[in-house]
Ligand binder design. Structure first.
Ligand SMILES: *Cc1c(COP(=O)(O)O)cnc(C)c1O
Length: 237
């Protein structure tokens, strides 16, 4: 069942409190952490209600769904981002509409984003998605290929790498998932220390409904929360 708006309000406040607690435990503040709501399958009314509550970042997974909602989002105060797997032939449809594409994992995709951004006379910010669990059939660049990818992307115009994103494997306990978060944080710090031109490590996007507090404790400064805010997703609406 999808939550009622009052459930969403309650959840929103609870998540903000949890984010703040986790942030304080690692000497950060609530304002250091970006709370992005993953809005797949969520209707625009509920999304806009959440924006009224204070939500400032939303992320969609599917190009088609994003386009179908695009005219109705209230984006005056809210950033719209793309967090799902992105096919090269769909880049054209979202460049200029989204503030950040979190799921770049190939030179081919980066080049297409560059090409389309040029047409709009804009620079598109991106994160590199890392397949930190080295799972087959999952998107994201393998950790061992990450530096080579960054080396190629750094010279591409109209695209700017702002950090890293990861979706770790499903883990049976929190300790296991923290290992993946720690690995990501170490990579993030290592790349940052190399001061590569055109590559900045501002955003480490990891942690979802079940583990965003752990992710923050391991260094995430952006969490992507869906069901904990909006309730279980209904894909057959
Ligand atoms: C759906 C989704 C989330 C949020 O998942 P929940 O477990 O519902 O919080 C986060 N990131 C991505 C990329 C997603 O597709």
């Amino acid at each position: 069942m999808v939550n009622s708006l009052s459930d969403v309000e309650y959840n929103y406040k609870t998540i903000c409190e949890n984010i703040e607690k986790a942030a304080l435990s690692v000497n950060k503040n609530f304002s250091d952490i970006i709370f992005l709501a993953a809005t797949k399958t969520v209707d625009v009314e509920t999304i806009n209600y959440s924006i009224d509550l204070g939500l400032r970042y939303i992320g969609e997974n599917k190009v088609q769904e994003l386009l179908s909602k695009y005219d109705r989002y209230n984006l005056d105060k809210c950033s719209l981002q793309f967090i799902g797997h992105l096919q090269t032939n769909k880049v054209r449809q979202i460049v200029s509409k989204v503030d950040l594409i979190q799921s770049v994992d190939s030179v081919k995709l980066a080049k297409e984003i560059s090409k389309q951004s040029k047409l709009y006379n804009t620079v598109t910010d991106v994160l590199i998605e890392v397949n930190i669990g080295k799972e087959e059939n999952k998107s994201g660049v393998m950790p061992e290929n990450l530096y080579e990818l960054l080396d190629e992307i750094k010279d591409i115009d109209n695209i700017k790498v702002k950090g890293l994103m990861a979706i770790p494997p499903i883990c049976e306990n929190k300790q296991k998932i923290c290992k993946f978060f720690d690995n990501m944080n170490n990579i993030f710090i290592d790349i940052d220390s190399k001061n590569i031109d055109n590559i900045s490590m501002d955003i480490l996007s990891m942690g979802m409904s079940d583990d965003y507090q752990e992710a923050i404790k391991c260094g995430a400064n952006m969490v992507r929360v869906g069901s904990a805010l909006f309730g279980a997703r209904n894909y057959n609406k």
